[in-house]
Design a protein around this ligand. Structure first.
Ligand SMILES: [Zn+2]
Length: 373
């Protein structure tokens, strides 16, 4: 099946939308959350676990896979899906964000970025927009991303503008370089924390023409109101008939607020990373499992959660596993947190379908706000 997006329903009160993305590896119901599988694995979970907790698409990181094991090796194994044993949709980022956040000695030129990697003893690498596409074509994800510059926060208006113009030239080069692989290519709205630059970026990307549009460069240290303002500055310029993806965001509250503003796709390391630290998301707030108050607690992490961890284990037992440094702790915690995020998206979709998203949002936020963690 070629890539397509069907807009099924638009909320009448908010900008929330219900949709379906079709890819060569299956369908994705939107709004969707994509668990992050940086190194071709969602840490501690098997593909079977991911299917069981309802993941429809995962995200993998081009930068990491390019450095290790190398995109050519993955191509020789038939692409990411075959390599990792996951036969559902995958999205790869362009590597831009990691080049700017993890690598050392970056040097940006019109041609691309030279950097020293963080894992192979500081070897020098060069990624251009064309090469970012070539790498992602070798990895073979269903959705690939244009190569962009992620500017530091805060950034001056001059720098944000200059970078945005370069990122637009790179976006055009990415689109021109892409071969007929059946992969969908998304452009990325940048523009720092300047609403008019965000609007300009979104409009120019639409003129170039992509299969979907992402809002990038957010959740980098700005306040929540600023983040929401930047989404609001970007989304109205994007076409209704293409998916919209908010990159690297965020908390459960952020997902609900993003959907409210017309976002269809999200990814974030929060559920997986927090799970490995023993911090769990629940319908009533956060549970920090090492807290002494859970020592003899016979309840599951979240009594309202239907995940296998909550159906089978007490807070007391999980706290013990974390304190004893047992690896099962990481796996059981990750199952719960990823399930919580995916279940939240299921509830969001049901509420849009039934025309009660705004009521759902109000109830969800008040329930989580009122908990004293
Ligand atoms: Zn659970």
């Amino acid at each position: 099946m070629p890539f397509s997006f069907d807009l099924i329903k638009k909320d009448t009160v908010s900008c929330a939308r219900l949709g379906k993305i079709t890819t060569p590896h299956g369908e994705i119901n939107t709004p969707v959350f994509m668990p992050v599988g940086t190194q071709a694995t969602v840490k501690t979970l098997s593909p079977e676990d991911l299917v069981n907790i309802g993941a429809e698409i995962i995200l993998s990181n081009t930068y990491h896979l390019f450095l290790r094991p190398g995109h050519e090796l993955i191509r020789d194994f038939g692409g990411l899906q075959k390599f990792m044993g996951w036969n559902r949709p995958v999205l790869t980022d362009s590597g831009g964000f990691q080049v700017f956040s993890l690598a050392d000695l970056r040097k940006i030129s019109e041609e691309g970025v030279t950097f020293q990697s963080h894992i192979d003893g500081g070897a020098k690498h060069f990624i251009s927009p064309e090469y970012a596409i070539e790498i992602q074509e070798a990895l073979g994800a269903d959705i690939i991303m244009a190569f962009d510059e992620c500017i530091p926060f805060p950034a001056t208006h001059d720098y944000a503008w200059e970078s945005l113009e370069r990122t637009l030239r790179w976006a055009r080069r990415c689109r021109d370089a892409k071969k007929e692989t059946g992969q969908a290519l998304f452009g990325i709205v940048q523009g720092g924390m300047y609403p008019e630059l965000r609007k300009q970026s979104a409009g120019a990307l639409v003129d170039i023409g992509f299969d979907g549009y992402a809002v990038g460069g957010l959740s980098v240290g700005e306040t929540k109101p600023v983040m929401y303002e930047m989404i609001e500055a970007s989304v109205p310029s994007l076409p209704e008939d293409k998916p919209r993806y908010l990159m690297g965001v965020g908390t459960p509250e952020d997902l609900v607020e993003g959907v409210d503003r017309g976002i269809d796709m999200f990814d974030c390391v929060m559920p997986t990373r927090n799970a490995r630290n023993g911090t769990f998301f629940t319908s009533f707030g956060k549970v920090v499992i090492r807290n002494a108050r859970y020592e003899r607690d016979e309840q599951p992490i979240d009594p309202e959660c239907g995940c296998s961890t909550c159906r089978n284990f007490t807070r007391s037992y999980l706290r013990h596993l974390f304190n004893a440094g047992e690896v099962l702790a990481l796996r059981l915690g990750t199952i719960h947190n990823v399930f919580f995020y995916l279940d939240l998206m299921r509830s969001i979709r049901a509420s849009i379908e039934e025309g009660r998203f705004t009521e759902f949002k109000k109830e969800f936020l008040s329930k989580r706000e009122n908990y004293d963690a």
